[in-house]
Design a binder for this molecule. Structure first.
Ligand code: ADP
Ligand code: MG
Length: 240
């Protein structure tokens, strides 16, 4: 089943067109890596899928429903940023359950605790429930941030360079962990990065964005070994 479909989406800021007529599809349960150089419009595209910005033209469908005009808070989508942005004065459990307390669902306290602890167990941080964000490492904070994102059962998870602020060694460990976790949970995700290696490892499919266009979408090994044009070849020619 197609979970997400972008049909001919473009974005302009004033006179400048950031991207042009992009078509992209995500099957239920797949991770799509969107890779491209800094400034090519990846974050703008994700923000528009989340509803925090609007497309200049084109349409977004989620589970077959046209979401193009739907407000951010009504979209079954969650956006995870580069920085975990946890509330420093809230415990880990309070951070994870924040959306259940203040979101549209208004879930009762004992149910919030139950669901929050269940997710903390899944990200292997149940022992840290009563601690505060500054008592956790960067990688642990990203796992909390993932638990917080998933607590509202989103249909689609958007990850905007979520490992960019981590040191190289931790990045390698956590990306594998996050990938395994997303696959295990059957989550559909759009994963944005400017790092080609990370795109290949994280994605079931890799979508290459450059010069305002989607240059190629395919299996990681196909994009790497059989680039369809000069733009893609140049990006992957330097090796990984
Ligand atoms: P990426 O995430 O791929 O690095 P961005 O989506 O952040 O790229 O930015 C793409 C381009 O759009 C950049 O040239 C940036 O300056 C421009 N841009 C982003 N947001 C705005 C905005 N609110 N107003 C004007 N230009 C913007
Ligand atoms: Mg960006």
């Amino acid at each position: 089943m197609l979970l997400m479909e972008l049909k001919g989406v473009s974005k302009t800021f004033g006179e400048t067109e950031v991207f042009h007529r992009i078509d992209l599809q995500a099957e239920q349960g797949t991770i799509i890596s969107l890779v491209g150089p800094s400034g090519c419009g990846k974050s703008t595209l994700l923000r528009s899928v989340a509803g925090l910005s609007s497309f200049s033209e084109g349409q977004l469908f989620i589970q077959g429903e046209d979401m193009t005009q739907i407000k951010a808070e009504k979209r079954p989508v969650v956006l995870m940023f580069q920085q975990p942005l946890l509330f420093p004065h809230f415990t880990i459990l309070e951070n994870v359950t924040y959306g259940l307390k203040y979101g549209k669902q208004k879930v009762k306290k004992d149910e919030r605790i139950r669901r929050g602890m269940a997710l903390l167990e899944k990200v292997e941080l149940e022992a840290y429930a009563d601690r505060y964000p500054n008592q956790l490492s960067g990688g642990q904070q990203q796992r909390v941030s993932l638990a917080r994102a998933l607590i509202l059962n989103p249909s689609l998870v958007l990850l905007d360079e979520p490992f960019a602020s981590l040191d190289p060694e931790l990045r390698v460990t956590i990306r594998t962990w996050v990938r395994d976790f997303l696959k295990q949970e059957g989550v559909t995700a759009l994963f944005v990065t400017h790092d080609r290696e990370e795109a290949m490892i994280m994605g079931d499919q890799v979508a290459v964005m450059k010069a305002g266009k989607l240059q190629q979408v395919g299996l990681p090994e196909d994009v790497y070994q059989r680039p369809e044009n000069k733009e893609v070849a140049e990006m992957f020619s330097e090796g990984l």
